[in-house]
Design a protein. Structure first.
Length: 164
């Protein structure tokens, strides 16, 4: 029986640049490497993300993305504030009604969603209400006053993760 998604693998132009984004800003933990590849985990699997340096990339569609699970909205707001301080490219927060989220654009223009599931009891009957996406300005309010982070500190190449 299928259990869920184990990991995603992405092509990147430059592993060092991507490492500063996924490890340095988002705080994924590096767990291994092969020539031209790096592997990261957020804790659930040996690796949740595999990156391969390919140089040139295929154009991305603007829809393709993956979502990192965040434990609660307070954490989501803290990560949002930290990413904002780090100068990450952030798209508007969205309330998908079944989950609340915001989106980042990584150094290779891959879209990374960070989200929190709404409790399953609130999902509503089939079909799920994906037609009702609405703005989620509450995340901005939660994020304000957080994130006393220095972008230079975050992007300066320290091994300490910034937003985890
Ligand atoms: Fe998504």
């Amino acid at each position: 029986m299928l259990h869920g998604i184990n990991h995603i693998a992405l092509p990147v132009r430059n592993l060092d640049v991507s490492d500063r984004f996924y490890r340095g800003i988002l705080g994924l933990r590096a767990v291994g490497e092969r020539p031209g590849m790096k592997f990261y985990t957020a804790g659930l699997h040996h690796h949740d993300l595999a990156l391969m340096e390919t140089g040139a990339l295929f154009p991305v569609s603007g829809f393709a993305h993956f979502c990192l699970d965040v434990e609660d909205e307070q954490s989501l707001a803290a990560i949002y504030a930290c990413c904002r301080a780090a100068g990450a490219r952030i798209l508007e927060p969205v309330d998908h009604t079944v989950m609340r989220a915001f989106y980042l654009v990584d150094p290779d223009d891959h879209i990374v969603e960070l989200g929190v599931d709404v409790p399953q009891s609130e999902w509503g009957p089939w079909p799920n209400p994906f037609g009702r996406d609405v703005a989620y300005p509450e995340l901005l309010s939660l994020a304000d006053g957080r994130g006393n982070y220095s972008a230079q500190q975050i992007l300066g190449g320290t091994s300490k993760s910034a937003c985890a």
